[in-house]
Design a protein around this ligand. Sequence first.
Ligand SMILES: [Zn+2]
Ligand SMILES: [Zn+2]
Ligand SMILES: [Zn+2]
Length: 756
Amino acid sequence: MAINRIRIEIEGIVQGVGFRPFIFRLAGTHAINGWVLNNSGGVIIEAEGEPAKVSAFLRDISAEAPPLAAITSVSSEKIASQGERGFVIRPSAGGTNKAQISPDCDVCADCLRELFDPNDRRYLYPFINCTNCGPRYSIITGIPYDRPFTTMAAFPMCDACRAEYENPADRRFHAQPVACPDCGPRLGLVDAKGETVSGDPLREALRLLTAGGILAVKGIGGYHLAVDACNDDAVRELRRRKQRDEKPFALMAPDLQAIARFACVDDIEQRILAGPERPIVLLPKQDCNPIAPLVAPANGYFGVMLPGAPLHHLLLRNNFIALIMTSGNISDEPIAFRDDEARERLKEIADLFLVHNREIHTSADDSVIRVFHGNPLFLRRSRGYVPRSVKLPATQRSVLAVGGELKAVVCLTREDRGFMSQHIGDLKNAATLHSLEEAVAHLERILEIKPEVVAHDLHPDYLSSIYAAGLEGLPQVPVQHHHAHMASCMAENGLEGETLGVVFDGTGYGLDGTIWGGEFLLGDYRAFRRCGHFRAVPMPGGDAAVKEPLRMVISYLYDIYGNALYDLQLPCLAEVGERDRQLYLKMLERGINSPLTSSCGRLFDAVAAMVGVRSRISYEGQAAIELEALAEEADTNAIYPYSIATADDNMVLDMRHMLHSVVDDLQAEEPRSVIARRFHNTVAHAATDLCEKIRETNGVNRVVLSGGSFQNKLLAEGIFSGLSDKGFEVFTHRLVPPNDGGLALGQAVVAGMQNR
Ligand SMILES: [Zn+2]
Ligand SMILES: [Zn+2]
Ligand SMILES: [Zn+2]
């Protein structure tokens, strides 16, 4: 009988995810002889057997891979047969490590069953895990991924755990975080001083939550603040202690049935919610729901997740419809994840701390997703997805890209893969810069990458740009902000060649020194040309105009009405005192501290303030988010007038006619929601119109949509369908955020392509 032998090489996330035991079992199923081992690149197999069985074995490797595995390539070649008997798992071979590490993952169905089985030795044990689930990225301290290089090194396995760990037929074979109540980490409940609270930690923590208290909970990637989401007083108290913050709080519900009681969930959203990554998904609110209104005021959506760790299952099951689970931080700071530091930072907010002694080595905030056209649209890509790689359009030199200023994320590349870090936060102080440095060092270590080039934003004053400038010996590539956005969307869609980028966002340093943000860029990774933009207006007071949308109202109206703007009978203008009126006028007349901006975000802010959504914001993007919620209440396809002017081969989108009409509608007391909706329609229509004009002269038919404004679903849908209807090929983000959290990917590819 004919016997074949093949050598198979598999790359991707194939280590630490139960891959070798899976191969071992598969070999048994197909009567295959040979061996499997982990090596530097991933997994190597030699398989010998009847030709049909060898083919079936090879096919099933991809088809039936374990849940946490992510295979990026499988190659096989025929070699001489050796007449081997049996199949073995061989010891790992060393060498440079190119294997990829798995992200953190929710407890699997098997472990969950054991968690609630009174006869199991891990009954109610909050640190249960196996090769198919559990923490990964957050506990790894070095490579290779092995117990001594995780924060589980402090817990020697007991005999029972070791037997499971060493048995290839066991679900816990080489599960590095394996533990049980006899040998593993333990829960504790402490107060702000670190004093232990007597009684069973879980029971006492539940007692606190039920009584309306605020509990800090140590999770997978950091601390959350937990509160009963249906208790108005408790939610109000959390808002009070967190101060000035109006950001919606994320919710965690025990299961999909509980979520359906307060939010609308479709099939795709259900699948994303229940996936092992356990992200927060934005879901439309149910009209009548039991959640306290202060959870997400002035917002049409709840951010909801399912339990992401065994401890969360223990807290939620049979206890609450939903808990608030908001990142344990003061606004804009990185999430707290080290025990002492967390107690210090959260001592004024949390009543008690539910802690444990398994150290979190790397923080990871919750990921946030909104579904767009059946695909995930990331608002934040962090826990559960990091450090999964993104395939780049081509193999390139190794680049470190340091991102922008807001929602900082760094990217390291190796060959044709980009590795994005966890969400680091807004890079406005030494603490976040330190987190960025740690993220870079950690990624370099676990991926064994030494970057040859560093890419950064063109803005010279961003802390990330200053950090890049300080990296001695590395060539630096400054990348224009919106070019980076465009390139990130091209890269994740595998595009090469000339493309039109519609990049709408808040703030980015332009080539001409003004602030860009409503841009139509034509080009590729190497070069681009600005061929269209929103008409620029001054931002009175610079950054102050970002925090106070009212200033932008005055700027846009000054652009139309000049000094006569204060004669307009608009409610929002009535808020401006006489002194401020004169001050703003002087700034605008003389251009004092009023940089020019073509930002789309500022236009949204201004319209939001005009229709009375809000004049001041307490978190980034708030006015635009609330304007979108208002617009969703209306149903109209109507648009406002606008015009497109051509100046120096560059088209300018002039929205003065639109704003004039908005003023008229406000004075005619048209419903605010209708005005908000017409505004969204107009921006989408105008953007489509301008793309068509660019296509007329340049013939480009391929468009990428990027920038923070594309987090707005109404706007994104309007532009997407407008362009599709006109026959454009339209590409959006699915793997990295359209906001500045995706910037580093674009920077990395631009620098990589320019340094080929
Ligand atoms: Zn498991
Ligand atoms: Zn044990
Ligand atoms: Zn941006």
